[in-house]
Write a protein of this length. Structure first.
Lengths: 130, 93
């Protein structure tokens, strides 16, 4: 029974805003956009990885989701983490593009990490090999 | 000299001294960053709750101050209370 991970998700406070940020600022590519009631089944994939793992931009409508996100952000805990080739270069590029970097490139053992604000209620960690 | 006891108590713990070491390297850390640095750089295997309590002790001694950036709580080093030590016992050479 081969089983695989095809989807991961993060809560966002506004799906349209999230789609703009994740595609225009981070360079992800829209994969699925299906209306479901008031919301959308909205996923993006990595550039050059159309069949890769999809990231679901999920509405944070449930009160518990909002409380959870607020608690994570208060303590600076990223909602998820993405891989890049070079964190330091990526951070410079993102900052030039108006993205708020909340933690500059910092060595953490075997990886270099940085954290950005996705403007949709999440801190996002970026990592590259140190 | 009231309050100095808090400073000595705060400094008496190795993990709390490592937290201050990290804040000397870079001010303005979140709880997550402090935990991550302690784990990856110092091999500290404390829980987030334990680190949070250490930060509370440091804050009580006024060695750490906190502020908000957006909705995130940020920790800064405040080394001013250390001056009381050399004011009381001056370094003569």
């Amino acid at each position: 029974m081969p089983i695989r991970i095809n989807l991961t998700s993060i809560f966002v406070d506004d799906q349209a805003k999230a789609l703009a940020f994740y595609t225009e600022k981070l360079g992800f590519v829209l994969k699925n956009d299906v209306p479901i009631g008031l919301h959308r089944w909205l996923t993006v994939v990595g550039p050059g990885e159309p069949d890769g793992v999809e990231l679901l931009l999920e509405p944070d409508e449930h009160p518990a989701a909002k409380a959870y996100l607020a608690a994570l952000v208060e303590d600076g805990i990223p909602a998820t983490s993405f891989a890049v080739d070079d964190v330091a270069a990526t951070v410079r590029e993102l900052e030039a593009n108006g993205v708020r970097v909340t933690q500059p490139a910092t060595p953490m053992g075997p990886v270099l990490v940085a954290t950005i604000d996705d403007t949709c209620g999440n801190l996002i960690q970026l990592t590259s090999p140190a | 000299m009231e309050g100095m006891g808090d400073v000595f108590r705060a400094l008496a713990d190795p993990t709390r001294r490592q937290i201050l070491d990290e804040l000397v390297i870079r001010d303005g850390l979140t709880l997550f960053e402090i935990c991550a640095r302690l784990m990856t750089v110092h091999g500290v295997a404390s829980t987030r709750q334990a680190i949070s309590q250490h930060l509370a002790v440091l804050e009580e001694a006024d060695l750490v101050r906190t502020r908000r950036v957006g909705r995130t709580k940020i920790h800064d080093l405040n080394s001013a209370p250390l001056r009381a030590i050399t004011d009381r016992w001056p370094i003569t050479r």
